[in-house]
Design a protein around this ligand. Structure first.
Ligand code: SAM
Length: 329
């Protein structure tokens, strides 16, 4: 078992398989010339398998593939197949923008993927073009249907909410859960990235979201979808799916944090925010051996910060050194 210096058990690894993305969401990536890593910096499939095997030997059992957009990494189903066979990995999931999911959902399921989270911020095609700047809403909707059809369940939809961007669509997203087993989670915009989009005024109070998504009752523990995250879950009367709220800034959930992140270029990042990171790629490429890698991982996790300091940085949001695509959200 892996524990950090504060006694939190770490059992969940978010693994960025590429920092490249086929979208340029306004709050995440600049439209022109995002600073993607050179291809040679990215971990190969063999390197990812070696690192995940080391994490699994230390008790990490839940792996989420993220990015960038993981489905733009060539050969992702083959990597999924290899990761799903690692002893100790018992929950392998994927975060995707859904644009390419229609063509991959069944193949990924057959390769051993358990479930997907699909990011989608609007149900309006013209607005999609403004927010995501590339891609097409219809492809994402097909991706959602394909995920349901392939039983990549629970299928969660992640909606980043921002005032003036999509805060009038909370009711429409909530209504999606009425007929289909979709689990819609509204996510607070965070002061990350270099797009200059974030501002404190963009934040939508939880109370406003709750009233737009109404009628809601708290979901019982049995009704909540499988997952390891910090959402608070509700259900509309008679609905097939659930509605969750994830407020990284307003309701600190760092005390229960169970996760670390591995960037596409092999840096172990103990906290979503902050500057700490431990390079695992260099020792890996120097054939340092599994014991050295495990010692580095243990040491990085021991030093995991107690909490992020995003609230303190609200006044200077662009001061964040991180951008979501390199660390995988
Ligand atoms: N491409 C995949 C996807 O779309 O899910 C995985 C990577 S994406 C960076 C992961 C998540 O981070 C997405 O749901 C995205 O909306 C979210 N995200 C990016 N920037 C954010 C920000 N500043 N605040 C809150 N969420 C953000």
């Amino acid at each position: 078992m892996l524990s950090d210096g504060l006694g939190r058990t770490i059992e969940y690894l978010r693994l960025s398989v590429t920092d490249r993305c086929n979208l340029r969401c306004v709050y995440c990536l600049p439209e022109v010339a995002p600073r993607f890593s050179p291809g040679a910096d990215l971990l190969s499939d063999d390197e990812i398998v070696e690192l995940v095997s080391a994490f699994a030997r230390m008790g990490v059992s839940k792996i989420r593939l993220t990015g960038g957009e993981p489905l733009v990494r060539p050969g992702l189903p083959g990597l999924v197949r290899r990761l799903s066979r690692i002893a100790g990995v018992n929950d392998l999931s994927l975060s995707t923008n859904g644009v390419l999911l229609g063509g991959f959902a069944h193949e990924l399921k057959a390769a051993g993927l358990s479930r997907v989270n699909i990011s989608l911020d609007t149900l309006d095609p013209a607005r999609f073009a403004k927010i995501a700047r590339f891609g097409a809403l219809n492809d994402v909707l097909s991706g959602i249907e394909a995920a349901l059809d392939a039983r990549l369940a629970p299928v969660k939809l992640n909606v980043v909410v921002a005032k003036g961007m999509n805060d009038d669509e909370i009711g429409a997203f909530a209504a999606l859960t009425d007929k289909k087993p979709l689990h819609v989670r509204f996510i607070e915009l965070m002061p990350m990235g270099e797009t200059g989009f974030f501002s404190a005024e963009r934040r939508v109070p939880l109370g406003d979201m709750l009233s737009q998504a109404a009628p809601l009752a708290p979901a019982s523990p049995e009704e909540r979808p499988l997952g390891h995250g910090p959402a608070r879950y509700y259900r509309r009367p008679g609905a097939s799916g659930t509605i969750g709220f994830i407020s990284a800034l307003s309701c600190g959930f760092c005390d229960a944090c169970n996760r670390v992140r591995l960037s596409a270029s092999g840096t172990l990042i103990p906290c979503l925010d902050g500057e700490e990171g431990v390079d695992l790629r260099t020792p890996l490429r120097a054939s340092a051996g599994v014991n050295t890698l495990m010692a580095l991982i243990r040491e990085a996790i021991r030093n995991k910060p107690g909490s992020h300091d995003m609230v303190a940085r609200l006044a200077a949001p662009d001061a964040s050194p991180r951008f979501m695509c390199s660390i995988g959200g």
